[in-house]
Unconditional design. Structure first.
Ligand code: NAP
Ligand code: HSE
Length: 436
């Protein structure tokens, strides 16, 4: 039985999907049943890495969605609109959707899931997080017997690629970002990668699956690598840490009304060199899931790029094709595969969360300054793990003091920092990064 595929987009991911569909040999036998019926692009004259019959290409994505030969709509065009409207149009036409579009799902996931449930069609999103790593299905299904305590990870390939090459080769930021774009890792607007927004979209999606309810995407505290100073990567290295862009969603408990309280954020973060996420290099991603009773499970692999992402897209298409083959699509939605929401989740006030901190202070190189900084932390009950003075290349009278704290309430840390800033010998709080 042939299943008609309509592709919205034939860029990095779309071309990877088309390549798999055109070469079914040696893959799961269901791949041979998938037939690319229609493909929407913006520019028909753009050179493509893959050859398709010209009659299936068009510039009207609605025509692809509405084409009666298209059974499954695959949205890999990116952006919020018209992607959102096209997904909703496919659902309204009773067609299952596979999408890699984390930006749309993180912002409009509830609306899309409600429409899909109403119509009884699947919207599957494996490729939206972690590129080729299967993480969506494991969270929905394989780990369903667990209470999830924390999901943390490196979930943006572009920034991990940039940080790795800068650390390993001393490569320049702009040059490595250009390479990431050329290799198809970066978003159409790479500000989403380097500013942390892409990772925030992804952790919002993972939180929703892990904890059973959506969170407000816009409320996630987000910092990218665009303001990261190379000297902090260097000092971190000397102190036994690596710096990675980490996204995490931590379960802080359940309120009396049943709402799960979550600490969700994205930030460049110091990881001890023996931390499981510290050895994740290049475009690879890793997601560490901590659950009861499973313990710690880590999912690792290429987090971006044509082939890996297409692998995840095709996995979703095969899931839908498999269900159609088994049930003729009359069996209703499998509640484990379909999106489900079973409780409310809320973000806690950042000031109330616990965190270790790395802070770099620029000070005068004067007797007693370390003691006075220590007193400011001590007055707020902030316990110091290490405090080191580094030589600077600036004026001889300047010093750079790096402090790493134990885990403390963010508000207490902020109070201590305010007192430190007010010390006359402190010239600047030059950097402040969370530490795992
Ligand atoms: P891309 O290379 O920029 O490809 C986008 C494709 O969509 C292009 O073929 C473009 O046509 C087409 N398109 C865009 N707007 C259109 C419109 N209004 N009408 C018709 N066609 C339109 O993007 P990509 O990297 O493949 O990413 C696609 C999606 O996958 C995004 O949501 C992205 O976040 C997600 N994703 C990407 C990766 C990755 O590694 N790249 C990984 C995971 C998820 P033209 O070719 O004619 O310009
Ligand atoms: N731009 C994204 C990244 C693509 O670099 O991780 C994969 O979602």
């Amino acid at each position: 039985m042939t299943i008609g595929i309509g592709l919205l987009g034939l860029g990095t991911v779309g071309a990877g999907v088309a390549e798999i569909l055109q070469t079914p040999d040696g893959r799961h036998p269901l791949v041979a049943d998938l037939e690319l019926k229609r493909v929407a692009v913006r520019d028909l004259n753009r050179p493509r890495p893959i050859e398709l019959p010209s009659e299936i290409l068009c510039t009207d994505p609605q025509a692809v969605v509405q084409d009666p030969a298209v059974d499954i709509v695959v949205e890999v065009m990116g952006g919020l609109e018209p992607a959102r409207s096209l997904i909703l149009a496919a659902i309204a036409a009773g067609k299952p959707v596979v999408t890699a579009n984390k930006a749309v799902i993180a912002r409009h996931g509830e609306e899309i899931a409600a429409a899909a449930a109403d119509k009884g069609v699947y919207v599957l999103i494996e490729a939206a997080v972690g590129g080729g790593i299967p993480i969506i299905e494991p969270l929905k299904q394989s780990l369903g017997g667990n209470r999830i305590q924390r999901v943390s990870g490196i979930i943006n390939g572009t920034t991990n690629y940039i940080l790795s090459r800068m650390a390993d080769e001393g490569a320049a930021y702009a040059e490595v970002l250009a390479d990431a774009q050329r290799l198809g890792y970066a978003e159409a607007d790479p500000a989403a990668d380097v500013g942390g927004g892409d990772a925030a979209d992804k952790i919002a999606i993972l939180s929703g699956l892990a904890y059973g309810g959506p969170i407000e995407r816009a409320a996630i505290p987000t910092e990218g690598i665009d303001r990261l100073d190379g000297c902090d990567v260097n000092y971190a290295d000397q102190l036994g840490y690596v710096v990675k862009l980490v996204a995490q969603a931590k379960n802080l408990g359940t309120a009396s009304d049943g709402t799960v309280q979550l600490d969700v954020r994205v930030s460049p973060t110091l990881l001890p060199k023996d931390h499981p996420l510290a050895g994740v290099h290049g475009v690879n991603n890793a997601i560490l899931v901590e659950g009861d009773p499973v313990g710690r499970v880590m999912f690792y692999g290429p987090g971006a790029g044509s082939g890996p992402t297409a692998s995840a897209v095709v996995a979703d298409i095969l899931n839908i094709a498999g269900i159609r083959a088994a049930t003729g699509n009359n069996g209703g939605l499998d509640p484990l595969l379909a999106a489900s929401r079973w409780r409310n989740c809320a973000l806690v006030d950042a000031g109330e969360t616990l965190q270790r901190h790395y802070v770099r202070l620029q000070t005068g190189d004067e007797a007693g300054v370390i003691g006075r900084i220590g007193s400011c932390f001590g007055d707020q009950g902030v316990s110091i793990r290490s405090i080191v003075q580094f030589e600077t290349s600036g004026e001889a009278t300047d010093a750079e003091i790096v402090v790493i704290t134990h885990e403390v309430k963010q508000q207490h840390f902020a109070n201590a920092l305010a007192a430190i800033k007010a010390l006359p010998e402190v010239k600047a709080v030059a950097a402040c990064l969370p530490t795992l």
